[in-house]
Ligand binder design. Structure first.
Ligand SMILES: [Zn+2]
Ligand SMILES: [Zn+2]
Length: 259
């Protein structure tokens, strides 16, 4: 099949979302093309995009394992092309959160920590505004959120990869199985290597047990990626944590971040 208006409609849906949930992408392709050969359609789209230095990439969410089709540029600047529609204050907040996620040893930051940045950074942003902005970032898949913690979102993983590589060379980890850059995963207590939760689950399914792919030490799984969390319940978590903050002393906000 030649590139036609059906392909354009799929591409428009991906561009509109920035990151399109694979389930919805499949539905769309099935409706437009009458088959579910998504890989074939995506290849045709990517062939068309290649001269424009754009690409649609399939990426799993590190937290849920959910697959997304992400629209990205194949030429990435050393300086991240952060979203021009955001204010300086929002960008400062976002960069600081990225920095903390990358340099932390568990790949996430608590929402409390993020909101406290409003009082510790020179960020002209109220906590309510920051909360709204972060909710939007999760909605648009720049960040992922689970149980009141923020993780790297699929769009950041794809679109800002070069920026992360240039900025945090020594801090970036790779998955023991897929060898891709990893921000959050299951860490082995024995050999300290880290593996994507979804890579580990595939691996365990084939091996019949959960063990470190590197040293074969048994792994006790503490994260249940199977839970279907959505961002709306995470906002409640933020509210709860915010109340804790206002009630308790500001000691926790003094936690210094490396930048
Ligand atoms: Zn992996
Ligand atoms: Zn190990």
């Amino acid at each position: 099949m030649i590139y036609g208006k059906e392909h354009k409609m799929v591409l428009q849906a991906i561009m509109h979302e920035g990151a399109l949930d694979e389930k919805r992408g499949k539905e769309l392709i099935s409706k437009l093309f009458g088959h579910e050969n998504t890989a074939h359609v995506l290849n045709e789209i990517n062939a068309k995009l290649q001269p424009l230095y754009m690409i649609v990439k399939c990426v799993n969410c590190e937290v849920t394992g959910q697959l997304y089709w992400v629209w990205a540029s194949t030429v990435q600047d050393k300086i991240a092309n952060f979203h021009p529609e955001f204010s300086q204050a929002q960008l400062t907040l976002l960069r600081t959160i990225y920095s903390e996620i990358v340099t932390s040893n568990n790949g996430h930051v608590s929402s409390t920590w993020c909101l406290n940045l409003c009082s510790t950074l020179n960020v002209k942003l109220s906590k309510a505004n920051a909360e709204e902005f972060l909710y939007e970032m999760v909605n648009r898949n720049w960040l992922a959120c689970k149980n009141g913690k923020y993780y790297m979102g699929v769009r950041s993983i794809v679109e800002l990869l070069q920026y992360f590589k240039d900025t945090y060379q020594d801090n970036l980890q790779t998955c023991t199985l897929c060898k891709q850059v990893l921000f959050y995963g299951e860490k082995c207590d024995q050999c300290n290597t880290t593996t994507h939760v979804y890579c580990l689950e595939n691996y365990a399914m084939n091996r019949g047990g959960l063990e470190c792919p590197n040293c074969h030490y048994p792994i006790s799984q503490h994260s249940q990626s199977g839970n279907n969390n959505n961002s709306s319940m995470d906002i409640d978590e933020i509210n709860i944590e915010m109340n804790e903050v206002t009630q308790s002393s500001q000691r926790r906000s003094k936690r210094k971040h490396k930048d």
